[in-house]
Design a binder for this molecule. Structure first.
Ligand code: PHE
Length: 350
């Protein structure tokens, strides 16, 4: 054997010994990776040793190559076995940090949205008074939303600023009052329906959102009077806001009711005193009253558009904003709370 081959082979053996002597030195998988690169990498120690192979005599090359392969396999197997050990050690360590006796995290149970709560409560009270539930489309045609409700084409309520148009003749309903029309077309009097749902307006600021919720009520029969309207709404309001609540009817205007009124209740915050704790009440701004809904006696023109005889039938209608009632009922100061879906807000209604 030539001296050159002899020292080449010895070099490989000492490389193997070197590697063996490093056992236990790499304490993490990351350190072991570095070790692997040091020995087996493209510029590693084995590669450096192999670079000498070209200088050997041709007759020595087969033996040198064979040995180099054996050493490479040996080192690879060594490092692989250490890697297995380290992987197990690291997994055991992670497990030892995990305490299976710790209590689990409680899943958040969720709750109904305050708008849903109020909608349900209002509808329950009104069905308790004998009203039946009606539902209809949010995408409505001009006739149901306006024309049949005695709102002629030039009426300011149709202004592009308020109404979201789908096409010339189709709108996103701006109120639930179109359900008065749909309900009357579906049946003969007596009619007693409520229609809760989403409505849309081109309006967005601190106190308006482009979508909000309303509940419509309609009662039609022979001899329905304003006194019936007043009695019904007073009973309704006292069930929602408490028996001590005062109710006031204020003259107003809606195209589809005549006469029309807005209903105020004694302020839920200050009880009607106009002040609380020596300062002007924030909710009623010192007036002692807060507005909660619009109403009136069904206009004869509305009866005509659905084919009811206004000489035979009379009726009343009312409509209220659900968010507004929820704000008063739960003392919520900011309309935006309803739409941000912050769980810290929502979970208070669980
Ligand atoms: N539709 C009216 C509004 O959106 C409310 C209303 C309904 C008034 C029924 C009178 C009768 O403001």
């Amino acid at each position: 054997m030539s001296n050159e081959l002899k020292s080449f082979l010895e070099g490989l053996d000492s490389l193997a010994h070197d590697c063996e002597s490093r056992k236990g030195q790499a304490c993490s998988l990351k350190e072991l990776d570095e070790l692997r690169i040091e020995f087996l990498g493209r510029k590693g120690m084995l590669a450096q040793a192999m670079a000498q192979l070209g200088a050997l005599d041709n007759t020595d090359k087969p033996a040198a190559g064979k040995k180099a392969n054996e050493i490479k396999q040996h080192i690879t197997a060594l490092i692989d076995s250490w890697q297995l050990d380290l992987t197990a050690t690291e997994a055991n360590h992670a497990l030892s940090l995990f305490d299976p006796t710790m209590p689990g995290r409680k899943p958040w149970a969720g709750s109904l949205h305050p708008v849903t709560l109020v909608m349900d409560e209002v509808c329950n009270v009104l069905t308790g008074l004998g009203f039946e539930h009606a539902a209809g489309p949010e995408v409505e045609n001009d006739w149901h939303n306006f024309e049949a409700l005695n709102i002629p084409p030039e009426h300011p309520a149709r202004d592009m600023q308020d109404t979201l148009y789908v096409s010339d003749n189709i709108v996103l309903r701006t109120h639930t009052s179109g359900m008065q029309i749909r309900s009357m077309l579906q049946q003969e009097p007596p009619v007693a329906v409520i229609a809760p749902g989403k409505v849309y307006r081109r309006d967005s600021d601190l106190t308006h959102t482009p979508m909000f919720h309303q509940i419509e009520g309609l009662l039609v029969d022979r001899n329905v009077s304003m006194a019936d309207l007043r009695g019904t709404l007073t009973a309704f309001v006292r069930q929602i806001f408490g028996a001590q609540t005062e109710v006031r009817f204020r003259p107003s205007f809606f195209p589809f009711t005549e006469p029309s009124a807005e209903v105020d209740i004694s302020c839920v915050m200050c009880g009607g005193k106009g002040e609380s704790g020596g300062s002007t009440c924030r909710v009623c701004k010192g007036t002692g009253w807060v507005e909660i809904l619009g109403c009136g006696m069904v206009d004869p023109n509305v009866f005509k558009s659905v084919g009811y005889d206004p000489e035979v039938y009379t009726g009343f209608a009312f409509g209220m904003g659900v968010e507004r009632i929820a704000m008063l009922k739960y003392n919520i100061g900011d309309l935006r709370m309803f739409f941000e879906n912050d769980v810290r807000f929502l979970e208070q209604f669980a």
